[in-house]
Design a protein around this ligand. Structure first.
Ligand SMILES: [Zn+2]
Length: 206
């Protein structure tokens, strides 16, 4: 794309690095910013910079947080013995939106996927297994999407904690195979957490 300004071209190149944003959309956004007051772009740039530099991951659940321990983990009203294992922070948001879960989370940061070069060590699985072995957890709920990678990850974790004398369950499959949690509607997702089933059942059926 031939542009009359190198500055515009640079901005468009940066914006178009974002997922789902092509060169044309990037140009539209850049031109939009040029029409707005200068402060608008300053606020946007500052918000992005601050987010990138200052955001933390909760020491306990690995959720995104502004503090060392996130608001959920710090809340005394949440049930610390019940842990919902999810792939990423979007799943925490989706489940929180249902308003039906009073336990805590453990954010894995992805799923085991050899094709994408993601092994267990790149995820927070060890921290989860350690947490279980410390003995304060009564139940783990696996809430990963029911893809092959999700099932592999569940089973990998299950193998390491199955002798720990805790309940392991998996969210009921009102959610169709391959659906990502974040796209499930709140009612379905809420119901699938309430009607969770023992993890061992999911092993027999597959
Ligand atoms: Zn936390």
């Amino acid at each position: 794309m031939e542009m009359s300004s190198k500055l515009l071209e640079n901005a468009v190149a940066e914006i178009s690095q974002l997922p789902g944003i092509g060169k044309r959309t990037a140009l539209r956004l850049a031109l939009h910013l040029l029409k707005q007051p200068t402060e608008h772009t300053q606020h946007l740039a500052e918000a992005l910079k601050k987010m990138r530099e200052e955001i933390k991951f909760c020491k306990q659940c690995h959720n995104i947080s502004d503090t060392d321990v996130c608001e959920l983990c710090a809340n005394p009203l949440r049930d610390k013995t019940l842990i919902c294992v999810v792939e990423d922070v979007r799943d925490v948001m989706a489940i929180e939106n249902t308003g039906l879960f009073r336990g805590l989370y453990h954010v894995l940061g992805g799923k085991i996927s050899p094709i994408d070069g993601i092994g267990p060590s790149q995820l927070t699985i060890n921290a989860l297994v350690e947490k279980v072995k410390q003995g304060a957890i009564k139940e783990l709920i696996f809430a990963l999407s029911s893809t092959m990678e999700g099932d592999t990850t569940n089973f990998y974790i299950y193998k390491q904690i199955k002798d720990c004398n805790i309940i392991t369950s998996t969210i009921a499959r009102g959610i169709a195979v391959g659906d990502e949690l974040e796209f499930a509607d709140e009612v379905t997702l809420g119901r699938s957490i309430i009607q969770r089933v023992p993890f061992e059942n999911s092993l027999k059926s597959s």
